[in-house]
Design a protein around this ligand. Sequence first.
Ligand code: NYM
Ligand code: MG
Length: 214
Amino acid sequence: MACKRGALIVLEGVDRAGKTTQCNKLVQSLQQSGRAVEMMRFPDRTTIIGQLINAYLEKKSDLEDHTVHLLFSANRWELVPLIKKKLEQGTTLVVDRYAFSGVAFTSAKPGFSLDWCKKPDVGLPKPDLVMFLQLSPAEAALRGQFGEERYETSAFQRAVQQKFEHLMKDLSVNWQVIDASQSVEDVHKQIAYHSLNAINTAQNLPLGELWKAP
Ligand code: NYM
Ligand code: MG
């Protein structure tokens, strides 16, 4: 293929770690340096499935826990054709949350194993880089009150953090832990550094499949 593929770059972390701010800054700085880049976020609340998820998160509807887990996964799969097309065209994608949030949030509920939670996302396009914005519950508390959405309590967020820590032990994923307690600018510099490395490496490698044995 003539054109080099874009990189799939994911930002993860508990709520209020600064993912959305940093995704926007990263997209801006990569654009300014002349690179083709677009932002995506999960859940993508604009699709039909996304609207079901949105109503659930806003507590306007109740969904059975397995069901909503599968909807979050389906919301990723429905965007896979677009993700693959963009990457093939040479566009780098900066993604605000991905399957790791899916697994961390559901497995923080009683009765859900990490293993069961990973299954529906096995085979998704594998990110070339996953940056985890690390913020302690104490530091997160300093950033003000939680919103009104489901999952936005400190007890649940602590459980989610522990699940993320399990997921980060998986060395088949290119994890980079970023100290999110630093200034917005300092966090951005590290994110930009890792992203440029990932973009350079990815262009010569085929896109992988998440959580699948090679
Ligand atoms: N969330 C997000 C999940 O529970 N499962 C998933 O697969 C994903 C992608 O949705 N609290 C949760 C994490 C968040 C919430 O995210 C919405 P955001 O970034 O605040 O829109
Ligand atoms: Mg949020």
